[in-house]
Design a protein around this ligand. Sequence first.
Ligand SMILES: *Cc1c(COP(=O)(O)O)cnc(C)c1O
Length: 500
Amino acid sequence: MLYNSTENNKEVVSAAQAIAQGISKDGGLFVPQELPKYTEETFKSLLGLSYNERAKIVFSDFLTDFTEEEIADCVDKAYTVEKFGSECPAPLVAKKYNGNEINIMELWHGPTCAFKDMALQILPHFLTKSLKKTYDGKTAVILVATSGDTGKAALEGFKDVDHTKMIVFYPEDGVSPMQKRQMNTQKGSNVNVCAIKGNFDDAQTGVKKIFTTDEIVELLHKNDMLFSSANSINWGRLLPQIVYYISAYCDLVNSKKINMGDKINIVVPTGNFGNILAAYYAYCMGMPVNKFICASNQNNVLTDFINTGVYDKNRQFYATASPSMDILVSSNLERLLYKFSGNNDELVAKWMNQLKTEGKYEVTDEVKKEITSKFFGGFCDDTNTKATIKELFDEEKYLCDTHTSVAINVYNQYVEKTGDKTPVVIASTASPYKFSHSVLEAVAPEAICDDEFTMVDELNKITGAEVPKPIAELKNLEVRFNNVTDADKMPEYVKNTLGI
Ligand SMILES: *Cc1c(COP(=O)(O)O)cnc(C)c1O
């Protein structure tokens, strides 16, 4: 299977190249030229398998330049019982909300308690094998600018992975105390963490500049290193997300909630559009889906886009209780536009250029029709996010986080509007303990205090929901990093850390 850029059909690469490179030279994203087709027979053959076995089969259909042994090695290193707590890293939990049965797919049992672990635990293994195929002998240097969650998930994924080094920069005053502690206590001999004096944009700009500074690129080259990227547009992050939708479909058949061949609805709390796009790819491969319900918070640029065909990022930015979805440019949407425009690379390049220069573009009527036939867009503000957490907890004694709550709320809006009661899978993207402050505001506002760990304990006392081990252990971990640097000293910091 080969991959090409969404902004230039003629830029064709292997899977290993797509993963090692991250983004195409023309700025486009790599997409498979053709998707594997799964029939009912294929799905039947997956029913009796474990999550890891299902994953190996899906990966081997996409990573055709990897051997079976290489893929097995990646999967078995990534989704272990030690890291995910069981042999099923993405369990389905059936609950009721407002009279409707909802199947909650818990994607947060990994080491950092958020769904990004599902991809970032395996990406480093895909990447080292891809590098071996494309730039043998080199060590990949990954620089990350983070506003919190991605940095920690990337650190956990890359720690002690051979032939990789990682440096994470975060804004000194721009992450939560819990996130800071998670990163500063990070283990691993190949990782490093540094706060910068500045905001997230300064960190991001700094990293981008280093990537393209000739002097540093040369120095890396001399030392058998090269820059690579772990961000959410890398194909190696999208692919692992397709697996859990296919696996969830099998689980629903196994538990007799649906019959083989029945359609399901899928609801995803959306930011960068990666997670919901993976569900859409699973549908294109043959998984029966009726509707994709794209749930946004107050930053509802995607809701407007789905309803009007106009993408307009010129609007107010809100800091919400679901911060991982506080995004105005959803990068992975580009891949959907490519598909819906009939692989029209020129059109996609034009829209992306308009987004860059005017902050806005409008898709064609045909693309609008494609979008509304398969997608429903809705959003939910913080007040309703908290109300939904409380209602679900009161009804079912089930505690969900703020991002998942946005999805459940929007799903409820969808059912009220359409009456469509197709069986549903709702992606749950974080543990409620990752956002203890907001979740406490929803269920027990009187227990709010200044200390994150006290709030975790309070939440546990009030709700009885189990505290995930990585959060419980955090209190006692030794702080390894307390580096702070000026944003303009980031290049020096990188050189010193790498010893080049
Ligand atoms: C990243 C993230 C999302 C958004 O996922 P996208 O793939 O960017 O749409 C939702 N919830 C949580 C908790 C996240 O960390």
